[in-house]
Design a protein around this ligand. Structure first.
Ligand code: SIN
Length: 523
């Protein structure tokens, strides 16, 4: 089928980074690709903590930048941390102007949550745990009203078109009823803002569709991928049999909730001087160890919050109810679950990828802000900062905007959706070999399994995007023969020096590593 030409900037994704960038591109015509109804289905809407920003007069962007660098375990780019934290305040004020009702104090200040590894309470919140949902509600209302933005709902991206080394378009398919064949949309520029990779793991806090597909399509087009091995596991996903696992926000520990095991021991007291508010990777490994030892780790909110959890943390309370738990009288069982991918499409300070014509922002990108361990609530901040930077850079790179007609997709024949059994195998292979604790043997087995899964359904582009990202994560983890931040190798349990080198890999590099592993398997 012939490509559809449009004078619009094509944005893949519909979460916070995508919507904010789309608004900032005004009046330039934009086409957003949203698999679900706009404002639903993206990780941003599920973010409970909020946005980290030095809003208290006693706090400072410098202190925020220092905490970001320290949490990142030697691989944060200090220049990126300084510039992003310096912009934070401006974006909070902008979000207020766009309709976000951040919690305020009686004297006009901000109610600020404390989260792990922050030296100051600096997470700007809405109704306790509603920040992501409320920011997305406000932005979605603005996007719906914006004349320059067309949203294609029920449509997913399956690949990128590259011509003469430049990204020229996006292959898209309908996904509201099964999956259709793809058709190429050619736009003036392509911005990827389609989320991370948490759903590549069997246990995750990410929405069901977020499975590394967008990083994978960039990698398949030839973009460099940075820090792929750095996957953050959240220590307090609710272990209640739900997939995805609901999050019990870190802000609960900021309010005094504690981690206990079935023997009633507060196991974080011996694990780190900051106990329950230790850096997220340390808490995640401690929780994982308790789970592996059959000690049933749990979050006890009762002494600190009592019945206030029902009103102050409505998302957590609703998830408890769904899981059949009463957090006022019971502890909340928890497990470490894949939560945020620090790695992604390597970008410069403007969000430009290594491929001309292609920009990336939000979790799909790797800017150098998060290093090996993202500081809590820096994810939404990075999405805002780079969403706006991408919009400005794209605008500067293009000729003056012209009017563009809305795009209409033709009827498209049905195509393959990923085989659910293969997806389940992929997620289990990632959890088993590329999860909280990694070894060379485990990563080798995972790479071999990914190759087998990919070969089992060669005609499915969406599965290939997932296996591309899974391959990059496992190959980069295999190559990093040290432990650093969220990447823990029990066969190399120490960091190799105080500062680490960021990893950069193409899919071709990762596939070469995978092929070596596959050749080692007995016939
Ligand atoms: C949380 O609320 O615990 C998660 C916040 C984040 O991942 O930044």
């Amino acid at each position: 089928m012939s490509p559809i030409e449009t004078g619009r900037v094509i944005i893949v994704g519909a979460g916070l980074a995508a919507q904010y960038a789309a608004l900032k591109l005004a009046p330039r015509p934009v086409l957003m690709i949203s698999p679900e109804a706009l404002g639903t289905g993206a990780s941003s809407a599920w973010a409970q903590g909020g946005v980290a920003a030095a809003m208290d007069p006693a706090d400072s962007a410098d202190a925020h930048a220092r905490d970001t660098v320290t949490a990142g375990a030697g691989t944060v780019d200090p220049g990126v941390a300084a510039s992003v934290t310096a912009e934070a305040r401006d974006h909070i004020l902008d979000l207020i102007g766009l309709g976000t009702p951040f919690d305020r104090t009686a004297n006009g200040g901000y109610v600020l949550s404390r989260e792990a590894a922050h030296s100051f309470a600096r997470v700007v919140r809405v109704q306790g745990d509603q920040a992501g949902a409320e920011i997305m509600r406000a932005l979605t209302a603005q996007v719906r009203e914006a004349d320059h933005i067309q949203v294609l709902e029920g449509v997913t991206a399956t690949g990128l078109e590259v011509s003469g080394g430049r990204v020229t378009g996006v292959a898209v398919a309908r996904c509201d009823r099964g999956q259709s064949a793809s058709i190429t949309l050619r736009g003036t520029a392509v911005l990827l803002a389609g989320g991370g990779s948490g759903g590549l793991y069997a246990l995750t806090t990410n929405p069901p569709r977020i499975r590394g597909q967008v990083i994978g399509m960039a990698a398949r087009a030839g973009a460099q991928i940075a820090d792929a091995e750095f996957v953050q596991f959240h220590p307090t996903a609710m272990a209640c049999g739900l997939d995805p696992a609901p999050l019990a926000t870190e802000a609960l520990r900021g309010e005094g909730a504690t981690l206990v095991n079935r023997q009633g021991e507060r196991f974080m007291l011996d694990a780190h001087p900051d106990a329950d508010l230790a850096p997220r990777d340390i808490v995640a490994r401690a929780v994982y160890a308790q789970t592996q030892a059959g000690l049933a780790p749990a979050l006890d909110t009762r002494p600190a919050l009592g019945a206030k959890i029902l009103t102050d943390f409505p998302a957590v309370a609703a998830a408890c109810q769904q899981a059949g738990l009463d957090p006022v009288t019971q502890v909340i069982p928890v497990a470490a679950a894949a939560h945020y991918h620090m790695g992604g499409v390597a970008t410069d300070a403007d969000g430009a990828s290594t491929l001309p014509g292609l920009w990336a922002c939000g979790e799909v990108a790797s800017t150098g802000l998060h290093g090996a361990n993202r500081l809590a609530s820096n994810g939404l901040l990075e999405a805002l900062v780079y969403g706006r930077r991408c919009a400005r850079a794209i605008d500067a790179a293009l000729p003056a905007p012209t009017v563009a007609a809305p795009v209409t997709l033709p009827d498209l024949p049905a195509a393959q959706t990923p085989n659910p059994a293969l997806v389940a195998r992929l997620r289990q292979a990632m959890t088993d070999g590329a999860g909280v604790i990694r070894t060379a043997d485990g990563l080798n087995r995972t790479l071999t399994e990914i190759a087998a899964i990919e070969a089992a359904q060669p005609g499915c582009e969406t599965l290939k995007n997932m296996t591309a990202t899974a391959t990059l994560i496992a190959a980069a983890a295999l190559m990093r023969r040290e432990s650093r931040g969220a990447h823990f190798r029990s066969d190399f349990p120490h960091p190799d020096g105080a500062t680490g080198i960021r990893s950069l890999m193409t899919l071709t590099d990762a596939l070469a590593i995978r092929a070596t592993m596959t050749r080692k398997e007995p016939a």
